[in-house]
Design a protein. Structure first.
Length: 251
């Protein structure tokens, strides 16, 4: 069968095979290898005067087709699962992948052609037109507005502001680092005890602003009691704690 084609119409051997399958109206999954091989070899003969670098790719495919044709004449091989192996399977897979990529290239080309039809033009409106704002009719804007409606608008604004407040974090206080020195508090307590001789724990804490200062004051009392500089007495369980200076007695 004589077949005359032009090499420029095909991008490679797989493209030529797809053309032959379409021309013979046969499925990729059931390639008539004998007929397709004969038509392909006829095409190779038409390529005698073509560039050898280009022709080499078609020659490799021709050899592959002849090898498949030879295997088709032999008894069919069986794989490990007991199924007959089709010598055309690898070629069919290559043709399917090539056809998929070819269709994708056509889709991209169509998108490129459609994109070339889209034109973009920067706005050329005069500045005074761009700066124009439609006047607002205050009478029409305020029509139907009553004191009740204004009150509802005000309440809705307040509700939106309240919703923005984190109910958990809003209750947190401000944490500030307070430097209270135990040594300074002991020096102060020693001066206080020397001046007052006998006083209550409550009177010592008058004017103390923070919990940390109260704690450090209590620690200072304990330290001075261990050192023997003061004595502590308490008549009852919940009675007032009395502090007495023992420094005068030591002197």
């Amino acid at each position: 069968m004589e077949l005359t084609v032009k090499l420029e119409a095909f991008e490679g051997p797989l493209d030529l095979l797809l053309h032959l399958l379409d021309k013979n109206k046969v499925s990729i999954y059931d390639i008539p290898i004998v007929e397709i091989t004969e038509q392909y070899l006829e095409f190779i003969r038409e390529m005698k005067r073509q560039d050898l670098n280009i022709m080499s790719e078609f020659l490799v495919m021709a050899a592959t087709l002849i090898a498949i044709k030879s295997k088709m004449l032999l008894p069919k091989a069986v794989n490990e699962d007991g199924e007959e192996e089709d010598p055309r399977a690898e070629l069919i897979q290559q043709l399917l992948e090539y056809k998929m990529y070819k269709c994708m290239s056509y889709e991209l080309k169509d998108r490129q052609v459609d994109a070339e039809k889209i034109l973009f033009k920067m706005p050329t409106l005069p500045p005074e037109v761009m700066a124009y704002e439609e006047p607002v009719d205050l009478g029409q804007l305020m029509s139907g507005l009553t004191l009740h409606k204004l009150h509802e608008i005000f309440r809705s604004v307040l509700r939106r502001q309240e919703n923005k407040i984190d109910q958990v974090r809003s209750g947190f206080g401000r944490i500030e680092k307070e430097e209270v020195s135990l040594a300074e508090k002991m020096a102060y307590l020693e001066q206080y005890a020397a001046a007052h001789k006998r006083f209550s724990f409550q009177s010592l804490l008058e004017g103390k602003s923070s919990k940390m200062e109260v704690i450090v004051s209590f620690l200072a009392i304990l330290e001075m009691m261990k050192m023997g500089k003061i004595r502590i007495t308490q008549e009852g369980l919940f009675d007032e704690i009395i502090i007495e200076s023992s420094m005068a007695a030591q002197a």
